[in-house]
Every structure is written in C-alpha cells, then in structure tokens.
Design a protein around this ligand. Structure first.
Ligand SMILES: Cc1cc2nc3c(=O)[nH]c(=O)nc-3n(C[C@H](O)[C@H](O)[C@H](O)COP(=O)(O)OP(=O)(O)OC[C@H]3O[C@@H](n4cnc5c(N)ncnc54)[C@H](O)[C@@H]3O)c2cc1C
Length: 435
C-alpha cells in the first residue's frame, strides 16, 4: 500500500501539495465529493542533520520568520523546531487584538507596517484568519490622560495612521453598555483606531505553518531545543530531543523562554518572564462590535465570533513560567469589568488561562543579532507581540537574509540597552512588571 500523501516518507511531495489551494470552488467540490480530498495543511517533517537556518519556536513569530525567509528572501533551507505541537504557546493564548496606536514614531511605523501586512495576510497565505478590523477604542478618565492620548493620536495622524477622538456621547453611541458616570473613574471620552481589531489567533499559526511548509520549510513538532552548540564565538547548531542539528544561523523565537534559551549560549538578556491571563465568557448575542479598553485599570474586552466576551488584564507582577490562571487576577479583572460595564455582572466566565510573557526592561521588543555569531533573537514581546507577528517575522527574516536590520526594526536592537537608547512607550523606567 503506498504511504499516505503527508507521511514522513514523502516530505517533498507534502511540501509541494500543502493541502492544495483553498477556494470557494474547492469547498463546493469537496462538499459534493464527501470531503475526501482534504489533507494535512502542513507536512510533519523529521529533522535533517543540517540547515542553513534553524528557527527555534513554532509560535507566531517563529513561523512567520520561516515563511518570509522562504517566500520573500528565497532562503528555503529552513527548519522550525517546536517543543510541542505548533500554536499552543502565546500565539494561541492571546486576546487576539491588533492595532498600531503607539506613541514613539518608530513604534508607530513598525506596528502600522504589521497592520498593513495583516490587511493583506489572508490573500498572501491563502488562509482565512478571520481578520476583523472592527476598531479599537481606548477610553480616558482624566484630563492628563486626555492630553497623553491626544499627543499619541496627533503623532499617529502625522505619520498617516488613523486615529479619531470621541466625545463621551460618541463613546456611548459606540458602546451603549458603558457606564460613563461610574463612581470610580467616570469616562471623559475615547480614542478610536478604526483599522484596529481582532484576528483568529490559532488560524495565524496554522496559516503561516501551511504557507511556510508549502514554500519548503521543515516544520518539526515535538522537538525541544535543549542546548546551543558553539564553536568559539559562533553558534553551529542546536542540541535537541531529536539529536544535534547543525545550522549556519539559529534564530530564537521562543517568547517567554527567550532568556532561558539565550543563556544556553551564554548570553544574558534584559528580559524577565511573567504570566499574563485571559478569560472568556459564555456565548451571548452580539453586544460589542469594537475592542474596548479601560484607561483607569488594565482591562480590555472584545466579543468573539462565537459570542463569548474575551477579556484580559495586567500581568501577575512576579516572575513565573506557570501557564495558568490565578484567582486574584480573576477578581481584579472582574472588578474592572463591572465598573465599566455593570451590565456584565451576571455573565458567567467559562475559561481562564495564562501565557508566559517575555517582558523587557523598556517594554519594547528585541529583533537583533546577539553577541554570538550566527545567533539571532526575535523576542521581548511583552504582552503585545500578537499584533506584531507579520512585521516581526518579516523584519527578522530580513535581518537573517541581509545580515543588517530592516529599517523599520533598527530601533529594536539589543545594543539600545547598553547605549541608553531605550524605547519606553509608557515612560515607566526599567521595571518589566510596569510595562
Ligand atoms: C493572555 C494573553 C493575552 C494576550 N493578548 C494579546 C493581544 O491581544 N494582542 C497582542 O498583540 N498580543 C497579545 N499577547 C501577547 C502575544 O500573544 C505574544 O507576545 C506573542 O504571541 C509571542 O510570540 P509567539 O507567538 O512567537 O510566541 P509563542 O506562541 O509563545 O511561541 C514560542 C514557542 O516557542 C516554543 N518553545 C519554547 N522553548 C522551546 C524550546 N526549548 N525548544 C523548542 N521550542 C520551544 C514554545 O512551545 C512556543 O510554541 C497576549 C498574550 C497572552 C498570554
């Protein structure tokens, strides 16, 4: 009997096929034919002894980096090594928000590049990632906050990025459920970025994995990197649970595990790991058609296409690698929710979970060469790395392919910490738990 089309015996064939092209015509054809023509979206590769580039971590950034390396920069001799199944890290645990409403001009440019890539991503990957530009609305509650948000919005508009100021009345029209005069922090108004919104998070991992695999990348699941092998000042490959694999370049894209992995090559990073939690409620009828953030506490909420309200809060505030929820955070987030939206008081929360965040000292990410030749870092995403996946992957691939940073990510180099060029959006200082 011939092996199935996507078994390990036929990696090349699986790559070329990649489940075929998805289209309305294909859906109709498969419907008529009893859905028998579908196959695995990406090939389950076994690692080869050597690659030009190894990307460690099959999250959003690792998969996007591999995809752009192959599809944009012509480097196809690439493997993504993921310790579990792909997509179970933060890429599948976040609250799915995308936006580019930042303060620093360099950050606005970087995140808006990402937003523009999101806008064409589904066509680029031939995959439905449910990109929904429903708008992100940030509320403000003090005059000082109004000033700060106004500066940010002006900065965005100067750079050609969308931002609109909303009065209290306009906020009420967009989200009738908001209690404008809540006793703790009355709402004075809001700023809307209409192009912000949400994307189905695990579809992002699947879409990039499928497209990368089709472009020739080996996606190796259940392959944990346990060491980085050096020869003098150069990295020459990785030790893994599936043996030693050689590489000219090793790119770390392991989010909350960044400092652990870099330490394997003897490189200390200005990154701490903290837990960030999210919650989802029972499904209810359509109630909220923007992403809403509370300016007087760390609380944000959107409604998923299944009807559940998805909300999140701040990080726990102490170092941890535990990917789980805690009761104090459930209480804090629920308190913020009912302060702002009292109508939610009797809503039932179905699930709560956590992910491990790579929090940097200035709250901005690091896309940089590390001080070991051949070793690259895509990390330090704090709790904003989902929106940055397309731009993070693209600019990391550019750095690997050209040996020089992409102009839009040049400010995110590791050297900024030693040189005092930190990119501190909140002006909170070198305290990861405050960013
Ligand atoms: C609750 C929550 C809400 C969030 N909300 C948002 C949001 O709304 N918007 C936003 O922009 N961002 C948000 N984020 C942040 C965002 O999800 C992350 O910054 C981003 O996903 C990190 O990049 P990644 O996808 O590559 O990480 P991950 O998906 O975590 O990928 C890293 C991968 O590396 C693998 N790995 C680790 N160690 C090894 C090893 N030794 N060998 C092999 N593989 C290894 C892990 O298994 C993992 O799959 C949120 C995060 C959480 C947890």
């Amino acid at each position: 009997m011939p092996p199935p089309p996507h078994s390990r015996a036929h990696p090349q064939r699986a790559r070329r096929d990649g489940g075929g092209r998805y289209s309305l015509w294909r859906l109709l054809r498969e419907g008529v034919n009893g859905q028998r023509g579908w196959s695995h979206a990406w090939a389950k590769a076994t690692p080869r002894p050597a690659y030009r580039v190894i990307v460690v971590g099959g999250g959003g950034h690792g998969l996007a980096t591999a995809f752009y390396l192959a599809a944009e920069f012509g480097i196809r001799d690439v493997a993504v090594l993921e310790k579990g199944p792909i997509g179970l890290g933060n890429v599948g645990r976040n609250t799915t928000i995308i936006r580019s409403n930042y303060f620093h001009p360099a950050n606005i440019r970087f995140y808006d590049f990402s937003l523009r890539l999101w806008e064409s991503l589904e066509r680029r990957l031939n995959f439905n990632a449910m990109v929904s530009q429903r708008g992100t609305l940030n509320l403000f509650h003090t005059e000082a906050q109004r000033d700060l948000f106004t500066r940010r919005a002006n900065q965005m508009r100067l750079l050609g990025v969308d931002a609109e100021a909303l009065s209290r009345e306009a906020v009420k029209r967009v989200v009738p459920l908001v209690d404008l005069d809540n006793g703790r922090y009355p709402v004075l108004g809001g700023f809307l970025q209409p192009r912000g919104g949400t994307v189905r998070h695990d579809a992002v991992a699947w879409g990039y994995a499928r497209a990368a695999s089709q472009a020739g990348v080996d996606i190796v699941e259940h392959c944990e990197v346990t060491g980085l092998r050096r020869c003098g000042a150069r990295v020459i490959g990785v030790e893994s649970t599936r043996g030693f694999i050689a590489a000219d370049t090793v790119c770390l894209a392991v989010a909350g595990h960044s400092s652990r992995l870099a330490a394997m090559a003897g490189v200390p990073l200005p990154i701490e790991t903290h837990v960030l939690q999210a919650f989802v409620s029972e499904a209810i009828k359509p109630l909220l058609d923007v992403v809403l953030t509370y300016g007087a506490g760390h609380f944000y909420v959107s409604q998923s296409d299944k009807g559940g309200l998805v909300f999140g809060g701040a990080i726990d505030g102490y170092n941890s690698y535990a990917q789980r929820g805690t009761l104090p955070m459930a209480e804090e987030v629920a308190a913020a929710a009912v302060t702002l939206l009292p109508g939610l008081a009797r809503l039932k929360v179905l699930r709560q979970w956590g992910g491990v965040m790579d929090m940097t000292m200035d709250g901005s990410p690091i896309i940089s060469r590390l001080p070991v030749d051949g070793l690259i870092l895509n990390g330090g995403w704090c709790y904003g790395g989902f929106k940055a996946i397309p731009a993070g992957g693209f600019t990391t691939a550019h750095l690997i392919a050209h040996g020089a940073p992409h102009p839009l990510a040049a400010h995110l180099d590791l050297g900024r910490f030693a040189a005092g060029r930190t990119v501190d959006e909140r002006g909170a200082g070198p305290f990861p738990y405050l960013h």
